[in-house]
Design a protein around this ligand. Structure first.
Ligand SMILES: Nc1nc2[nH]cnc2c(=O)[nH]1
Length: 152
């Protein structure tokens, strides 16, 4: 059993790289517990460069045998439909997030209103388990702090 809070704490640290868009993400090998790749939101450079995409790209570039591993992704916020698609194409089995899409929308963030679990259920890929609300208060605090600058 992976220590979800341990890895989410690291995702929160990664989110500190981008305080205005505090989406931090990392990918672990569920068997060994090793962190394979880390990422954060770089959408100021490229709108598709979400934290989850950054972590997937880092893994694909740096971990030769990633396809043989059982992967889990940790992210400070529930993956958007674009990232959920990338997660399914990558074969990630478990996704653990802090703040939900609904929470971010209620805070006024422009999140796309299709919930990741629905995207996963409608695909022919293997099951993807979503676990939400890990270190939720800490993740909410990141987005609440970022919301003080009202450009979102
Ligand atoms: N989960 C997630 N949602 C986002 N919405 C905008 N950017 C991001 C991101 O990097 N991750």
């Amino acid at each position: 059993m992976l220590d979800h809070e341990h890895y989410m704490r690291r995702a929160i640290e990664l989110a500190a790289n981008v305080p205005d868009l505090p989406f931090g993400a990392l990918i672990t090998d569920q068997t060994s517990g090793e962190i394979l790749a880390e990422g954060w939101n770089r959408s100021s450079i490229n709108p598709t460069w979400h934290g989850e995409i950054d972590a997937i790209n880092q893994m694909a570039a740096g971990v030769r045998d990633w396809k043989e591993r059982r992967l889990a992704l940790y992210t400070t916020a529930e993956p958007c439909p674009m990232c959920q698609g990338a997660i399914l194409w990558t074969g990630i089995e478990t996704v653990v997030f802090g703040s939900s899409i609904q929470f971010l929308q209620e805070l006024g963030w422009k999140q796309i209103d299709i919930f990741a679990q629905e995207v996963a259920q409608r695909t022919p890929f293997h099951d993807c388990t979503l676990i939400g609300g890990i270190l939720e208060a800490e993740c909410h605090a990141l987005f609440e702090a970022a919301s003080k600058d009202d450009s979102k």
